[in-house]
Design a protein around this ligand. Sequence first.
Ligand SMILES: Cc1cc2nc3c(=O)[nH]c(=O)nc-3n(C[C@H](O)[C@H](O)[C@H](O)COP(=O)(O)OP(=O)(O)OC[C@H]3O[C@@H](n4cnc5c(N)ncnc54)[C@H](O)[C@@H]3O)c2cc1C
Length: 827
Amino acid sequence: MKLIKRVFKVIITLFSKVYRKINSKKRYSIPFYSFLGYVLFVIVLIKISGDSKFDKVLLNKRINDVTAINPIQVNKVIQPRSTDEIIKAIKSTTGPISIGGGRYSMGGQIGFENSLHIDMRQFNKVLSLDLDKKQVTIQPGITWRDLQEVIDPSNLSIKIMQTYANFTVGGSISVNCHGRYIGHGPIISSVLNLKITTADGNIVVANRTENTEIFNAAIGGYGGIGVIVEATLQLVDNVKVERQTKKVDINDYNKFFSENIRNNKNVVFQNGDLYPPKYEVINNVSWIKSNKELTDTTRITPYNENYWLEHAVIKAISWGDFGKWVRRTSIDPFIYSSDKVVWRNKEASYDVMELEPNSREKETYVLQEYFIPKKNIEAFTPIMKSIYDKYNTNIVNISLRHAYPDNESYLSWAREEVFAYVVYYKQGTDDKSKEEVKQWTIEMTDAILNVNGSWYLPYQPHATMEQFKKGFPTSDKYFEVKNRVDSMHRFTNKLLDKYNPYIKQRIEKERENIKGYYRDEEQTVLTVPEWYLVFNPKEYSDYLETGNNPSDFPFYASINEYWKLYDRSIKLVSEAYPINEEYNMMLKVIGVSVTMEYAVKIIYENTIGRVFGWFASDTISDEEQTILKAQRAYSDFIYNTAWYKFRFLPWISEVWSTPNTQESNWLRKVERKLFFTFEFAFKAGYSQLIEWAAQSSYEEPVTDIYLLVSAEEIIKLTNDIKIIKEQNNKKLISINRWGAFTKTILELCDKDIEIHEIGGNDEIAVSVLLNKAQQIDFKNIELLYESAVVTDSEITRLVYLVQVNELIQFIRYAKNNSLEVEHVFDY
Ligand SMILES: Cc1cc2nc3c(=O)[nH]c(=O)nc-3n(C[C@H](O)[C@H](O)[C@H](O)COP(=O)(O)OP(=O)(O)OC[C@H]3O[C@@H](n4cnc5c(N)ncnc54)[C@H](O)[C@@H]3O)c2cc1C
């Protein structure tokens, strides 16, 4: 406390000394208060500029799964309610398509960049319920929980499903899910019939007698065959079940299971909780058919229950080894101490909300699942433990379930009788934690393959291609069927894209090897204010060259326009994209710099500049002509290169060494030369500082922007455009960035070319200059904002967001309608 007081006292004394010193003499106080006044003026200019009322935001097209660590920016999201809508959407697009159900898969299985995303959750009707055959036909966006609501009154239950009921039927069929049901393997055995909309927009009926290959590929096919638009499932009777538990040593578990559970027709649900961190003891929980009185008469778990206690328990368990010890010795014994007799539908309708943490921002809960041949669990478990120990993994729970082999589905995860190890763990969301998970997952995958096992594909797809081929030996069959019904491989997602051997040979795969290929899409909008500081100096040059008085240039309007574009751009991207702090900071820095420069010009040009302007003659001196040339050279230069690389000093000597041949006013000429010298000398010093800062703090700037295009003819090569790779008519090309990019795109529009993506993105901002008589009537573009050309009220700048695959058509349209495409903003 004493120290703080002393520091405070020293600061106050220092301040008062400086203050007294400044006020003691005019030669100190005049510059000091002038500078203070100037700073205040700059602050006021910034405060009164901008467009804080702008409230338009771009549509958020980021989809994510329950873990919140797999955001994917898609092109468009649709929520169909009918098969016709799905067919229309497939037929009206040509790019990739991704399908989402409940979004509980955890590794990008629901999305792909720039794809048309079909969100199935509104496609959720029960189409028919046959009580005699105990069969139901549904639209696959329905969740198990909603389906239970319909079948429970008829005392029917779902035959095979997961432990929780929030999943959609389509999502569950597409991963070939399984549950805790004894005597059954994956869901495929309960699926009777499917209707699938394929890439050509046709509907295929698939079952065990018709299109069986498609049936076997689509079940557990992760949406790669087409959209499942209808499914018929076998149901079973809803019965009362009674819980029984028993602690068993892991080495005795196989024997215990074979003797007590495997062939016991009365066991409905069963799982064994293998306690971390030792993985030696299993708490076996079986639910047996029962005639006893119900201990809980609830028929189905209600929607929207409060799960605060469950959340607290999971949190406690995730607190290191102590939390796990408390669970094993206190929590579980307490939970399982009471008798329980419930309806099967009640036990089959858990809500995943009971697992959902308050936040997944820094840490998230994730699943993995290993399918280990029944006979090999004793060998596998200690190896699994050693990998977890090595990486200090925070395993919250491992639940063992049994499954019979599935020899139908092509991406089958159970080729023989297996135990599924359902692993629930906690991981950080930062890049380091993700990388660590990847490492131990790959190591674990080797351990799984060594015991002839397999793993579950709805989770993070870290396994290598080699591992995948070993773990899923019939995957070739799956991809053959996929290639047949979807030869363009439009139905895709992160999982399929990684393991699809047909895609591997495609030119698109090259993108992953090109450093700097992917650019952040929001930067096409954020770069608009930055580019304004290129357009505005050009305007200044144009203005001076047409003989205007420099004092009349609308400096304030220019500052105001910059901050307007800044406010609007930041607002526009605020919801659709993650915050781009680096770019935001850069825009602030250049905005403040230009405001400081223009503030000086406002003060100077409206005082000294104006007085000397009265002496100006009609003819401009040669020296002043050189000043105009210098301004033009600068404004041309910054179209293609960073401003701080411009060499300012040679222009000062050029101006002072220009011999004058014109009749012009001497006073004005000298005043202009002096002001120009001050401006360019200051910029020379400042640019040097920025260049040093840029060299020390930034990586080499990306100078090329990459495009994926289709073009029959060979694109004329200039120095600005290079062909990186060609495959049939598809090409990966690069174009120099900045001014050259716009120039090249304008040239390309005369060619027979189709652009698929630019910098890995599907949207790009384009500005067009329009006079009052002109208007734009082009479908599928979004007007972001209007911007003023401050020296010409007849012209407006319109900034549009254009679909990359329509960029060429848009530019052609602009050309045909004599509209000036000012700039294509290259991220
Ligand atoms: C807490 C939790 C517990 C879990 N427990 C189990 C369990 O006990 N047993 C088990 O087997 N799994 C379990 N899972 C995994 C779960 O079964 C899968 O993640 C399943 O895909 C979830 O269904 P969904 O509706 O969320 O599908 P999504 O994750 O949305 O989609 C999964 C896949 O299906 C595709 N798809 C979705 N709908 C269709 C359609 N109509 N046509 C074609 N393709 C489609 C998607 O493209 C995607 O590839 C669990 C997951 C979580 C998060």
